[in-house]
Design a protein around this ligand. Structure first.
Ligand code: URA
Length: 428
């Protein structure tokens, strides 16, 4: 096959701070997916993009080319509107679990294609797999049927969706090019647009436990993604939310399922409830539903009913006891005062070292490993009281986890200034 462009010319264009043409972008994504552009060439181009950026036209075209590399789902035949949520990932971020059935209970279908955890952030599928019998893989027909019958599906994205992104993301992971905002935005949005949702709410995390440590970067990522979604005809809005401390009181797979079920039962930690309800309101509004209060659906048990149906439809037993760690270790407070810091990254890394996460995508995860928090920033604590309980399959895991926690906690007597959980809302 005669190629219409030369990979080295495309790389040189971006290296020299030029704009890639539509033709160059379409070709390079297609040729990379087919194997006609080599990994070393694509990694060089990704680095040039990381260093020199892309403008709005280039990002939109790059995203469209990644969508065109695979199949595009279509939920137009469903009897209800669709809305999805994507979080850029954080520690203790179990929000998808109560959110999908809650939104379904309000009459909007949620086609949530989720991923597995890598590094210190957990993955939704890993969490749900701690429920006995639950399976992540569904065919497109099964997904459609469950959306019609139950209104919510959380499952693994099939191989057919944006295959160019799968290949490119794996390459970026090992070439120091994950952090480029145009590449993150196009990676996330190509999958969400190909998934076929009518409305999308983005939860862009900011803080130590997030991809974006800095508010200005998070804002830029959010507005880039909102523009991409809007231009593609998906009603898209983003919330910027704090990830300097974990969400809720648990980080770890079965521990987070337990906490999500507490929220669905009308209890649970206030930050998890606040964010779940705020995201539900946004998803419903983006899908055109403004007359239902999702908090009411948590109180009256209908969100819990939708959860039970959603879990059962994928082979899970919502009544089965969740697995529990055979080994625990309690960390106590060394000082009295106000807890001013409980660092999300440190807790995430410690939970990962306990076995809750994976270092390579082939690694298994432990359903029981993780951390329970007994206090949150702003709480008054007394020296000697339990602060954290570490959970693991194997007690030899505790030493390395404790190392990660060395600077995780700060206590002092100064006035504590809480960071708002929801920092800003970004629209087109
Ligand atoms: N998640 C994605 O799907 N892609 C990225 O590039 C970063 C996070």
């Amino acid at each position: 096959m005669t190629e219409s462009f030369d990979a080295v010319d495309v790389i040189r264009t971006k290296r020299d701070r030029g704009e890639l043409s539509d033709g160059q972008i379409d070709w390079v994504i297609d040729a990379y997916t087919r194997g006609a552009v080599a990994d070393e060439q694509m990694s060089s181009l990704a680095m040039a993009i990381l260093l020199n950026g892309m403008n709005r036209r280039e990002i939109a075209r790059w995203t469209a080319a990644m969508i065109a590399s695979g199949e595009r789902m279509n939920f137009a035949k469903l009897s209800r509107p669709t809305a999805d949520k994507h979080s850029t990932g954080g520690v203790g971020d179990k929000i998808t679990l109560p959110l999908a059935p809650l939104v379904a209970a309000c009459g909007v279908a949620v086609p949530q294609l989720s991923g597995r955890g890598l590094g210190h952030t957990g993955g939704t599928l890993d969490k749900l797999e701690s429920i006995p019998g639950w399976r992540a893989a569904l065919s497109n027909d099964e997904m459609m049927q469950q959306l019609e019958d139950v209104g919510a599906v959380i499952c693994a994205a099939g191989d057919g969706l944006a295959p160019a992104d799968k290949k490119l993301y794996a390459l970026r992971d090992v070439t120091g090019t994950v952090e480029a905002i145009p590449l993150i935005a196009s990676s996330i949005m190509s999958k969400k647009i190909a998934e076929g949702t009518g409305a999308l709410v983005l939860d862009v995390k900011v803080g130590t436990g997030a991809f974006m440590k800095d508010l200005a970067d998070a804002r830029e990522l959010a507005s880039t993604m909102v523009a991409l979604g809007t231009d593609a005809g998906v009603r898209t809005v983003a919330l910027l939310t704090d990830m300097s401390t974990p969400l809720g009181l648990t980080a770890g797979n079965a521990l987070e399922v337990r906490e999500s079920v507490e929220v669905l039962a009308g209890g649970g930690p206030s930050d998890v409830i606040e964010l779940t309800v705020a995201l539900a309101v946004e998803m419903l509004a983006a899908a055109g539903v403004t007359d239902i209060d999702p908090s009411e659906k948590l109180r009256d048990g209908s969100a819990m009913d939708a959860w039970r149906q959603m879990i059962s439809a994928q082979g899970g037993d919502p009544d089965a006891p969740l697995p529990v760690a055979p080994e625990t270790h309690v960390v106590t407070a060394s000082l009295s005062g106000t807890l001013t810091k409980l660092d999300a990254l440190a807790i995430g890394v410690a939970a990962w070292r306990l076995g809750a996460g994976r270092a390579r995508k082939e690694d298994p995860v432990s359903p029981v490993a993780g951390i329970e928090l007994h206090a949150k920033p702003g709480d008054t604590i007394t020296a000697g009281q339990p602060l954290l309980t570490l959970h693991a399959d194997d007690p030899t895991r505790f030493a390395r986890a404790l190392e990660a926690l060395t600077d995780a906690v700060e206590t002092n007597d100064t006035q504590y200034e809480p960071t708002p959980l929801i920092i800003d809302r970004i629209t087109a």
